[in-house]
Design a protein. Structure first.
Length: 280
């Protein structure tokens, strides 16, 4: 799948952040996002909406988004770089309301669309609070210049945090590994990397949830779908280790979103940090 084909999912999730009532999400709603959201609901997601343990797409996304917010809260970063930020409301919130330097990166057409939305829809007072804090840059995270760019962008920060939400699962494993290695090296042992990853273990109800997620992604990307999930959580831990991180662990859903802690989901938000001495 070429990377630009992942972009429609950003419209879907932007509508989801709005449905869930997250701050500033209303500025990033698009007609496309609304249409995709309701087509998936009509196509069968309602089965999960009425099922107590299989998460609906909205519950799954809420858990993911809240786990990442929780990780940011705990880490109290002085600079954040968000990979594949799409039309997420997080950068605007953390820059305008929390006073944190925030750099959102995405592919050129998405960056352009987002800057236009901010200029046209976000109230002047909010824009002015975010002005010196929020930046958008067109950077391909799978490209050869990503690591050097990231290292430079994180320069001078003492508690940097790199976020990736709903992005890595679309990449081939080798690409996922290159991105994690670049992040580990650029962080250089400071701060942490927070991202969501899916694994296959967890029994039948998790498998049912994984199938539902895949069908949603399939619909939104018009049949191009997501890449393979990791075989297990141990495989995810070893993915971080091979990238050069010393520690990795999933964010505890009980703390981040107690009302969703019982959901059976194949995806977890992970936090990785430290830098192994012999990072290749
Ligand atoms: C599923 S969307 C997620 C958007 C946002 N993170 C969220 O959760 O709402 C994936 C985003 O990754 C971006 N993307 C895909 N490939 C990329 C690449 N190689 N470099 C940078 N961004 C990329 C897409 O354009 C899209 O905005």
């Amino acid at each position: 799948m070429s990377h630009s084909e992942i972009a429609p999912t950003a419209h879907y999730t932007a509508y989801a952040w709005h449905r869930l009532g997250f701050p500033h999400a209303e500025h990033f709603v698009t007609a496309k996002g609304r249409r995709l959201f309701w087509s998936f609901r009509a196509a069968g997601e309602w089965l999960a909406v009425v099922h107590p343990t299989v998460p609906s797409m909205l519950q799954y996304l809420e858990l993911r988004h809240r786990c990442i917010e929780h990780a940011l809260d705990q880490a109290n970063p002085d600079r954040v770089v968000e990979i594949g930020a799409g039309l997420s409301r997080r950068g605007l919130t953390w820059a305008a309301d929390r006073g944190v330097d925030y750099v959102e990166i995405d592919l050129p057409h998405m960056v352009e669309a987002k800057q236009k939305m901010i200029a046209e829809r976000v109230p002047a007072a909010v824009r002015s609070r975010a002005r010196d804090r929020l930046r958008h840059e067109a950077v391909d995270v799978t490209g050869p210049n990503f690591e050097a760019w990231l290292e430079k962008t994180l320069g001078g920060a003492s508690r940097p945090l790199v976020v990736s939400e709903g992005v890595l699962g679309y990449f081939e494993l080798a690409e996922r590994e290159r991105v994690a290695r670049a992040v580990a090296r650029a962080l250089g042992g400071r701060g942490s990397f927070v991202c969501d990853l899916r694994s296959k273990e967890g029994g039948r109800s998790v498998a049912a949830a994984a199938k539902l997620l895949r069908s949603g992604i399939w619909l939104v990307t018009r049949g191009r779908g997501a890449r393979e999930d990791f075989p297990s959580r141990a495989a995810i831990a070893s993915y971080f280790e091979q990238a050069g991180f010393v520690r990795s662990a999933p964010i505890a859903a009980e703390q981040a979103a107690p009302h969703l802690a019982k959901l059976r989901t194949p995806a977890r938000v992970w936090q990785a940090n430290g830098l192994a001495a012999a990072t290749p």
